[in-house]
Design a protein around this ligand. Structure first.
Ligand SMILES: Nc1nc2c(c(=O)[nH]1)N[C@H]1C(S)=C(S)[C@@H](COP(=O)(O)OP(=O)(O)OC[C@H]3O[C@@H](n4cnc5c(=O)[nH]c(N)nc54)[C@H](O)[C@@H]3O)O[C@H]1N2
Ligand SMILES: Nc1nc2c(c(=O)[nH]1)N[C@H]1C(S)=C(S)[C@@H](COP(=O)(O)OP(=O)(O)OC[C@H]3O[C@@H](n4cnc5c(=O)[nH]c(N)nc54)[C@H](O)[C@@H]3O)O[C@H]1N2
Ligand code: SF4
Ligand SMILES: [Mo]
Length: 701
């Protein structure tokens, strides 16, 4: 029987509404849901591939247990027993820190993993918690913690009401927006009066923009500091109604004096006159916003750059103002809940054992994972749980991690695929996937350009022998930590009940008792509910001790001398590598969908014509790309859309390895960019992997 279901695409942060038509147990179509008030029918090509994941013959549906090179399907109780004893043994013999966890990106899009995964992994009490955060948004979270008092208080560009969108290190026309949930961001950008993009590549977003400025990778903090310099030097600082709450502007003025545009231009490659003009334009446009994303985070000065993005918005009166950088009013508000438990976030409470990289929010940087497995001594990692992550392809020097994983005493992966990471596990526990579970955007609704809420029931009932992520976690929690009272309580509830509690306690729930949001009311509105545009939230929303925003926290000031050194040592003549995202690719794990990977090889290296000529390379040639950590062979694509001296390779490829079961991906393997990135290159302040700006050499194959 044919049925129609309303759901959301959970592949990226845009949260597009989808309409799924089903006949029996087959998906017959996935279309954009025109009645979703937020996405209004928009989807990108990846949404339809959710059907491919659902029907993928390679997707695991029952637990796999390794016997040498063989995998045997086993029952859930037997698999749980094996995993529990493996994990317990590591803890009993080597202590709780010997057990590590890596949580990957899809965790953030998964109601069950947010509500159950986080508490369980933390309850393990290990310092060795890792996640994709430290190759992603960590610098933005640190800025949120330092300036607004809570690591989750990241402001969002009010893109629908802005007149000037200054975008650094983000390519929302392809990524569909990040820490800016904005379905159909292309259309939204087209409605912005002026868009300026700062990027080492003339990206798809830059093509839509009014102006594009090439910047040398890793130098954004210099550019941003110069803009701060101009604001003070030309008396353009205007902090508006936040004046009584801002401190630290005096120190900022002082520090910024060392970064006049004429000093930074030779290093950044951005003309001093353009920097001055941009600063003036930002100050002179009443609805304007500076937005920085992955490119400003995953570089050697990511911490400073992410901080300066907030500083610029604040100094020009664009913080917490319509059209500027605003805070959301999500239906389930994680911040008061987390603040109540004293968990506002943390930084540098302890450091990684081998290299001394700083803790952030109870996690350590993933750039340290391989060495923590390999290096003997007390506290060495002996066991690993990966959940919804593929760090072999996604973390810097993935090749080293690939080898290190074999040294573990025990590894379990909660993942629907036998891929480059999970092939090292002793047991794989495959959860249900997207269409088989209910959905609410618990995390991303906090970073949405409008306040929205949407609940979707599962499209398919899961099979009798399948488990949801949260059920797997709960079972492990009970078996490893014992079935204490908290576990029993959680077990009795389930993610929906926790969601209901969150909705009731949230700003759109209790406060409006009669018409307040509840799970029931959301169920009656299957396309989702629009709760209006972003509103001013400061100073009430601040979680800082004195209710103030210190624009110049010590952690950043202490890192400024390192940036100043960059002024004196302009980068050498070598090539540097950056990444890029592609519309039909989603990090490392959607390449088993034929419709997404068919056509020409997309894992190509973009090279500027001058750099190609110098090396005798022609378009389509295979070239050898090597770095301090590795060597790979890639097809070259010559284009003037990339800055001279910079080459670009997408990440998430490098399939077809022995022992994986991804038959479509193996036909389109590509190479892994992270086989040449370097785990030793991190932002020294935050420990975030510096995936961008990696020195490389390029030659003919
Ligand atoms: N060079 C370079 N490296 C990068 C980046 C870059 O720009 N350049 N970007 C970085 C960024 S921003 C990120 S977020 C990371 C992403 O890196 P990761 O989070 O490590 O990896 P993903 O590629 O997202 O892989 C997700 C894994 O989760 C599994 N999975 C999918 N859905 C589910 C589910 O519902 N439940 C469970 N249990 N598993 C599921 C998939 O099979 C896959 O194994 O990569 C980072 N690495
Ligand atoms: N289609 C698709 N969409 C995705 C994803 C995907 O894999 N595919 N991944 C999702 C995830 S996990 C995330 S975190 C978001 C990321 O969302 P975005 O940040 O928008 O993603 P990117 O396309 O990686 O954009 C980073 C940009 O930074 C530029 N860049 C690199 N180095 C520098 C630098 O030093 N300075 C400056 N100014 N720019 C630099 C790159 O050229 C690139 O254009 O996308 C999400 N959406
Ligand atoms: S932009 Fe594409 S991948 Fe992202 S949520 Fe929308 S349909 Fe899904
Ligand atoms: Mo990400």
């Amino acid at each position: 029987m044919a049925t129609t279901h309303h759901h959301s695409c959970t592949l990226c942060e845009a949260t597009c509404g989808i309409t799924v038509t089903v006949d029996g147990d087959r998906v017959t179509g996935i279309r954009g849901d025109k009645d979703d008030p937020f996405s209004r029918g928009y989807i990108c090509p990846k949404a339809t591939a959710l059907a491919d994941v659902h029907h993928d013959p390679d997707r695991l549906r029952r637990p796999l247990v390794r016997f040498g090179d063989e995998w045997i399907e086993t029952s859930w109780p037997a698999a749980f027993e094996l995993v529990a004893s493996g994990l317990r043994e590591v803890r009993d013999r080597h202590g709780k820190h010997a057990l590590a966890v890596y949580q990957g990106n899809p965790s953030a899009h998964n109601l069950g993993l947010i509500t159950y995964g986080q508490p369980f992994f933390r309850a393990l009490g290990t310092r060795n918690l890792f996640s994709a955060t430290s190759v992603d948004q960590l610098p933005h979270m640190l800025a949120a913690l330092e300036l607004f008092g809570h690591q989750l208080l990241m402001p969002v560009p009010d893109i629908d009401r802005t007149d000037l969108f200054l975008c650094l290190g983000g390519n929302p026309a392809v990524s569909n927006g990040s820490i800016m949930t904005a379905p159909n961001v292309r259309a939204r950008l087209k409605d912005v009066r002026r868009v300026v993009v700062v990027d080492p590549r003339r990206t798809e977003t830059a093509e839509l923009a009014d102006e594009h400025l090439f910047i040398r990778p890793g130098t954004d903090a210099l550019l941003l500091f110069s803009m701060v310099n101009v604001l003070f030097a030309e008396n353009l600082v205007c902090t508006g109604r936040l004046i009584p709450h801002l401190v630290g502007t005096g120190i900022l003025a002082e520090v910024a004096r060392g970064f006049p545009p004429e000093r930074t231009a030779p290093v950044t490659g951005v003309d001093a006159d353009r920097v001055r003009a941009l600063a003036r334009e930002l100050a002179g446009t009443s609805r304007a916003v500076v937005y920085g994303r992955v490119g400003v985070c995953t570089q050697e000065f990511g911490g400073l750059a992410a901080w300066l993005v907030v500083v610029l918005n604040a100094l020009t009166g664009h913080l917490d103002e319509p059209g500027g950088a605003m805070f959301t009013t999500p239906a389930v508000d994680a911040i008061p809940l987390a603040a109540l438990s004293g968990n506002r976030g943390s930084f540098g409470r302890y450091r990684s054992r081998v290299r001394g990289l700083p803790e952030f929010g109870g996690e350590l940087p993933v750039a340290a994972l391989a060495e923590e497995i390999e290096t003997p001594g007390a506290g060495r990692i002996r066991g690993l749980i990966t959940s919804a992550g593929n760090p072999v392809l996604s973390s810097p020097n993935g090749a080293r991690l690939d080898a290190a994983l074999d040294e573990l005493d025990f590894m379990v992966s909660i993942d629907p695929y036998l891929n480059e990471t999970t092939r090292h596990a002793d047991v794989i526990l495959p959860p249900t996937t997207h269409l088989e579970r209910s959905h609410y955007e618990l995390a991303l609704a906090n970073y949405s350009v409008r306040n929205v809420a949407k609940y979707s029931p599962p499209v398919f009932r899961r099979g009798p022998d399948q488990r949801h992520d949260w059920e797997i976690i709960l079972e492990l929690a009970t078996r490893v930590l014992g079935g204490g009272a908290p576990a029993r309580l959680l077990a009795g509830l389930g993610p929906e009940a926790l969601l209901e509690l969150g909705l009731r306690a949230g700003p759109h729930g209790l406060r409006k008792l009669h018409r307040g949001l509840s799970l029931r009311s959301l169920k009656r509105q299957p396309h989702g509910v629009d709760l209006g545009p972003l509103e001013r939230r400061l100073p009430g929303r601040l979680a800082t001790r004195r209710g103030q925003i210190n624009l110049a926290p010590r952690v950043y000031l202490d890192d400024v001398p390192r940036l100043r050194d960059l002024l004196d040592e302009p980068p050498g003549g070598e090539l540097v590598l950056i990444g890029r995202r592609q519309l039909r690719s989603n990090n490392s794990w959607m390449h088993n969908s034929e419709r997404l990977v068919k056509g020409r090889d997309r894992c190509t290296l973009l090279v500027h014509p001058d750099d190609a000529r110098e090396r005798g390379l022609a378009d389509g040639d295979r070239a050898v790309l090597s770095s301090a950590t590795g060597t790979i062979e890639v097809p070259v694509e010559i284009t003037d859309a990339i800055m001279p001296g910079v080459v670009s390779l997408p990440h998430g490829w490098g399939h077809g390895r022995t022992g994986t079961l991804l038959r479509v991906a193996a036909e389109h393997p590509g190479v892994s960019a992270n086989d040449v990135t370097d785990e030793r290159r991190v932002d020294a302040l935050t420990g975030t992997g510096a995936l961008s700006g990696v020195p490389v050499r390029l030659g003919g194959a």
